[in-house]
Design a protein around this ligand. Structure first.
Ligand code: NAD
Ligand code: MG
Length: 391
């Protein structure tokens, strides 16, 4: 075994270090500082936390997306040898820094697309938390990764589970994969009961503590829909090969069924630090002190069909996957506007899905979109969806 002080450290960038995934990634890095070195941290607007993180981890560079916060971050770090930049352009530049080996994309939404593209073009491996990037432009991203010989390691727990099950099975044919879903806080509720759901209710997930957008997506089941599309691109599957099963305890994180009928599942207590650590440390399994699963505390693991009629988002995502082209890009942009409007108390819980459905009918379909087409589709969908929110 190589002694700890002789291991060449893996150089990491974290985009979105102040969020739920970003902060947990820093916990992982702190626990394995003999294995990882931090080169870059970026955040959108939380200057205070970014400064605190930079002081603790001493990355070479930090970028704050919001230019108004530049002076605050700059003066907060003035006594340290840390380069400070601001603005989205700077994120695109800094992600290409030569020493970076792997980029954790932990920002939320469509904003993750451009930096992920720049990182791949610069030959960086990607630990992908920002599922929206693959939902919007999965075909372009996966081609680009192949061209640049870059690996995309999934961070999403379900996709990490599939990836862990596939390790050592690369040549074996997958019959199908089964993504598990907790069902969210409103599992079992009827449409009538969902009419008056409040923001506070939607923001309480039973098993996971996450950022606001993904928590709302989990309540509508849109998150599972986005994950179905994410799985298609990560594992090169057809829509018929992807199944969703509700498993309220969130212990089995997903399952692969091979062509001989054998099924492999990955399980453990719900804790995002494990998939983050697996993606950043691959192929090594680093030691952890995360709480261990005990069968006796979970004598019953249960499974049920998702209710796609009540939680229409999941059906809409499957429809977008079947349709291809820019359909998933429309779905994603409409959903981002819908979630933001719901969180701003402008539309109701059920209106979110209606808004996405209307946009999918209204926006022009493009069969083989270019990257420019995706940018156009995203902007147009946001414009149309925002109009619909006002009316
Ligand atoms: P979050 O809202 O907690 O954090 C988002 C981070 O991104 C913050 O650091 C923020 O500063 C940064 N950010 C936001 N908008 C930005 C922009 N326009 N430009 C640059 N940076 C920006 O979100 P989260 O829950 O950590 O989720 C991050 C991503 O990971 C999402 O795509 C989500 O779907 C995915 N994911 C999250 C979890 C989870 O447990 N939280 C699990 C699976 C996948
Ligand atoms: Mg997930």
């Amino acid at each position: 075994m190589v002694p700890e002080n002789k291991i060449k450290k893996r150089v990491v960038a974290i985009l979105g270090s102040t969020g739920s995934i970003g902060t947990q990634a820093l916990d992982v890095i702190a626990a394995h500082n003999h294995f990882f070195e931090l080169e870059l941290l970026t955040a959108n607007s939380n200057a205070e936390l970014l400064i605190q993180q930079a002081k603790k981890f001493l990355p070479a560079t930090v970028v704050i997306g919001d230019k108004v916060k530049y002076e605050e971050v700059k003066s907060g770090l003035s006594s340290l040898p840390i380069k400070v930049f601001a603005g989205n352009e700077a994120i695109l530049q800094c992600v290409q820094n030569e020493s970076i080996e792997i980029v954790l994309t932990a920002m939320v939404g469509f904003a993750g697309l451009a930096p992920t593209i720049e990182a791949i073009k610069a030959g960086k491996h990607i630990a992908l938390a920002n599922k929206e990037t693959l939902v919007v432009a999965g075909e372009i991203i996966t081609h680009l990764a192949m061209e640049n010989r870059v690996n995309i390691y999934p961070v999403d727990s379900e996709h990490s589970a599939i990836f862990q099950c596939l390790t050592g099975e690369w040549k074996n044919k997958i019959e199908k994969i089964i993504l598990t879903a907790s069902g969210g806080p409103f599992r079992g509720k009827t449409i009538d009961e969902l009419k008056h759901i409040t923001k506070a209710q939607a923001l309480k997930h039973p098993n996971w503590s996450m950022g606001a957008k993904i928590t709302v997506d989990s309540a509508t089941l849109m998150n599972k829909g986005l994950e179905v599309i994410e799985a298609k691109w990560l594992f090169n599957l057809s829509p018929e090969q992807i199944e969703v099963i509700v498993h309220p305890q969130s212990i089995i994180h997903s399952i692969v069924q091979f062509q001989d009928g054998s099924m492999k599942a990955q399980m453990g207590l719900p804790d995002m630090k494990l998939p983050i650590q697996f993606a950043l440390g691959y192929p090594d399994r680093l030691k952890s002190d995360f709480p261990r699963f005990n069968f006796l505390q979970y004598p019953t693991l249960t499974f049920e069909q998702p209710d796609k009629k009540t939680f229409k988002s999941l059906a809409l995502a499957f429809a977008a996957l079947e349709k291809g082209g820019n359909a998933a890009c429309i779905l994603n942009a409409a959903n981002e506007i819908a979630v933001a409007a719901f969180l701003a108390d402008k539309i109701s819980f059920l209106n979110m899905t209606d808004l996405v459905e209307t946009c999918m009918l209204k926006l022009p379909f493009i069969v083989s979109p270019s990257l420019e087409d995706y940018y156009f589709t995203d902007a147009e969908t946001r414009r149309v969806a925002s109009e619909l929110v006002k009316n």
